[in-house]
Each structure stands twice: as structure tokens, then as C-alpha cells.
Design a protein around this ligand. Structure first.
Ligand code: F0G
Length: 417
């Protein structure tokens, strides 16, 4: 691993913040109305907690500042009176990766790197490709051939990245890229790079601000390579240490049943050894990962906050995703593990109806439209080719092109509502 990436180091702020909590909160909020790109970025407006000098020239596409939605249908589906969805899919390239990439690519440019690289299930690739192009850096991405959604691949191609497809899965891509990054001229920006985590941690600041610094009881997010869980953990830990919040939310990570090494580690009472999943399977291709590189940091986040790690089935993901869509919000399959997971946690009594709960949606609904169309056309099958039920299907209706035929369908629709 390239020493300039910081290896597996965890970046800690060396100097204490010299400004009081109330003034910092005011400063961060007022920056949103500034015309300075750094102030408008939902990452860089929290720069007092980022390891860069004040005059750093940042590479920003206007990331962060994502909405926190009320989702009544999803809440009802879970058995809660209220549920909030933090939609990180509303970032410039449609996923949470942008909040880390702005920082990692800023660091790459600062170091004078010529080539930035990553292995990816698609979103990191799309994000890196965009930020590298914007910063005028060469970019190469390694992806598992045939396992990345068309939308994500299309983004990486359009942003001009060199896209290298390999035989094998994401874990194989990750292994090969770590070997390549031994070369000092190649800068690796997977979430093993601590600058990615620095950027991604700011979502905890943003969320705390959206809750007027009274954090929710539970934060539930999907887990793949486990960088995002690590970042949320670090963000809330720093806020607590700085006195900006009084307690941390319980962080619960949800994995797809077929790609759940972290959930198995959690379920083992002694938490002794982490066993990778050699052949991970799930239709939620973003989290089809068997050897997560950041599991130790994610474990710290779960353990410190009193959260948990659970799994959900392909059927549960598919149904939860359709419900999130019905709320007018939508997300990609990996993100829907959260609502499926919350429903399960309510059923088990691990979350109480009276508690405040946030689900983190990590990717936009348009990231995997093949999945959406198949679900609504009732042709979605799981990785073992078993048909999934489309309980909330909304298939297109084909009629003759006459007003009468259409009217009949519309009346039928209204009648059924
Ligand atoms: N949700 C989405 C939409 C993702 O793209 C990913 C990871 C995750 C959740 C899991 O986050 O890895 O931090 O635990 N995608 C990576 C990629 C692996 O290459 O785009 P994590």
C-alpha cells in the first residue's frame, strides 16, 4: 500500500478546536448561504474537523447537504409512527461516495499524483471518475466484469475513466488493486484511504445539524466494504468528544444474507475471528462483498454505540425498495436493506416504536434500473434463479392508443385507489 495514502492509519486531529460549540454550529450553518464553493459543500463547510490547512484548493462538485426526508409509507411498513431517510443518493454522482471522494481527490492533487485508482462495485468508480476528471487527473478503475450496473458503468465511461474489467468479483478487484498501489506513482482511493473516511464522516455532522444537535436513537445503514459505517462511527465519536453532541446514536449495519461476513462475526458471541465470505451473492450488487477491508473500524462503531449487525433476504430487500419508491423517494437495492432491517428490528423488539430512527439511503434509484423494471414486471429472480415475489408491483399497462382505451384504464386505476 502506498505510504502517501496513509496506509490503514486513522487520521486524528492534532490541535484542539479553539472555538466554542455554539459559534461553530452557527458558522457551519451560515456557510450554506455563502458563495464560496468550500462553504457550499456539505463536506468542506465542516473543515475545522478535516486535516487540511485553511487555504487548501479543494476539488468539490458541491457534495453533501443531502436531504433528510420523512417517509410515512416506509415508517408504516416498518411498524413505526415516523421514519427519517437520509438520502445520500442525492449527491452529484448519485451516491454517498462523493463526500469521501472530494477529500481523497483533493489530497491526491495536493500530493501531485498523476494516476488515481480504485476497485469498485460501481459507485466508487463513478464518483472517482467524476472527481478525477474535474481535477484533471488520470483515472483507472478496476471492476468485476458483468457485475456492475449499467448506470454506474455508464457514468465511469462518460467521465473518461479507464475502465478495466476483470474476471472475478469485487474482492479479487480489491486484492489486485492493493498490489498495484505498491507503486508510489499510483494513488489508491478506496475507503482504506483515510482521507475518504475523513470526508464521509462529515455526514454525521450534517445529520446532527438536521436534528438540531439532538441525535436520533438509531442509525441504520447498509454494509459492504464497511467504510461508511466506519466513517459514521468516527464522525459521531469526534462530535461527542468535542461536546457538540451529548450521546451517539446506536449504529446498526445491515447486510444482504448472501454477503454477510460482518453479520456472522457479530453473531459469534466471542467475536473471535473474522471469516471472509468466499463467494458472496446478492442482487444488491453494491454490497456484494465478502472480504470487507474496514471491518475493524466498523466493528468499533457498532460496539461503541451499542448497535448491531443483521441480515436481510433478497425478498425483504426487494419489497422494502418498492416501499421506499412509493414514498416518492426511491433508492438502489443496497440502500433498501435499511428499511428491511428496521422492519425486522421492530419485529424483534430491538427498536421501540417510541424511538427515533434514521435509515441511510446510500444510492439513487436510477443507479440500477434493470432491477426496478424486473421487480415491477414480476421477473426478478434471486442469485439462485428463484423467482422473487413482487408484492408491490406497478407494471406498465399496454393499451391501444385511443382515448377510450386509456380512459378505461384510468377509471379502473382511480376505482382501485
Ligand atoms: N450502498 C451503496 C449504494 C454502495 O455503493 C456501497 C458500497 C455500500 C452501500 C456499502 O458501503 O462499502 O462503505 O460498507 N459500494 C462500494 C463501491 C463498495 O465500490 O461502490 P461500504
Amino acid at each position: 500500500m502506498c505510504s502517501r495514502c496513509g496506509g490503514l492509519l486513522d487520521l486524528e486531529r492534532s490541535e484542539p478546536i479553539s472555538i466554542n460549540s455554539a459559534s461553530l454550529r452557527d458558522l457551519w450553518l451560515t456557510r450554506r448561504t455563502s458563495l464560496d464553493a468550500r462553504d457550499r459543500s456539505g463536506v468542506w463547510r465542516f473543515r475545522e474537523f478535516l486535516p487540511f490547512p485553511e487555504d487548501t484548493a479543494v476539488v468539490s462538485l458541491g457534495e453533501g447537504n443531502t436531504p433528510l426526508y420523512d417517509a410515512p409509507r416506509s415508517a408504516g411498513y416498518c411498524g413505526l409512527p415516523q421514519l427519517k431517510l437520509k438520502h445520500q443518493g442525492c449527491n452529484p454522482t448519485g451516491s454517498f461516495k462523493d463526500t469521501g471522494m472530494t477529500v481523497a481527490v483533493t489530497q491526491a492533487r495536493k500530493l501531485g499524483a498523476r494516476l488515481v485508482v480504485c476497485a469498485s462495485t460501481g459507485n466508487t468508480a463513478a464518483s472517482l471518475a467524476a472527481y478525477a476528471a474535474f481535477a484533471d487527473l488520470q483515472c483507472a478503475i478496476i471492476v468485476p466484469a458483468g457485475q456492475v450496473s449499467h448506470a454506474k458503468l455508464a457514468q465511469a465511461l462518460d467521465y473518461g475513466a479507464k475502465v478495466i474489467e476483470i474476471d472475478g468479483n469485487f474482492d479479487a478487484s480489491m486484492n489486485v488493486i492493493r498490489e498495484l498501489a505498491e507503486d508510489e506513482s499510483i494513488y489508491l482511493v478506496n475507503s482504506i484511504n483515510p482521507f475518504r473516511i475523513e470526508g464521509q464522516k462529515t455526514v454525521a455532522f450534517e445529520l446532527a445539524e438536521q436534528f438540531e444537535w439532538q441525535v436520533p436513537d438509531h442509525l441504520v445503514l447498509p454494509g459492504g466494504n464497511l467504510g461508511n459505517s466506519s466513517a459514521f462511527g468516527k464522525g459521531f465519536r469526534e462530535l461527542l468528544r468535542s461536546g457538540l453532541i451529548e450521546r451517539q446514536p446506536k449504529i446498526t449495519v445491515v447486510q444482504a444474507e448472501g454477503a454477510a461476513p460482518f453479520a456472522r462475526f457479530y453473531a459469534d458471541e466471542d467475536h473471535r475471528s473474522f471469516v471472509n465470505e468466499e463467494h458472496p451473492t446478492t442482487l444488491a450488487s453494491a454490497i456484494k462483498i465478502g472480504a470487507p477491508v474496514s471491518w475493524q473500524k466498523a466493528w468499533r462503531a457498532v460496539n461503541e454505540t451499542g448497535g448491531s449487525v443483521i441480515t436481510v433476504t433478497e425478498q425483504e430487500i426487494a419489497d422494502a425498495k418498492a416501499i421506499i419508491g412509493r414514498d416518492g423517494i426511491g433508492c438502489e437495492p443496497a440502500s433498501a436493506t435499511t428499511v428491511a432491517g428496521i422492519r425486522k428490528l421492530i419485529g424483534d423488539g430491538a427498536i421501540k416504536e417510541s424511538e427515533t430512527v434514521v435509515a441511510v439511503l446510500t444510492g439513487h434509484v436510477l443507479k440500477d434500473t434493470d432491477y426496478v423494471i424486473k421487480y415491477h414486471n414480476q421477473t426478478l429472480t434471486d442469485p439462485e434463479s428463484r423467482k422473487l415475489e413482487s408484492r408491490f408491483a406497478n407494471a406498465p399497462i399496454r393499451v391501444a392508443g385511443s382515448a377510450d382505451a386509456i380512459r378505461e384504464v384510468l377509471l379502473d386505476r382511480v376505482g382501485r385507489m
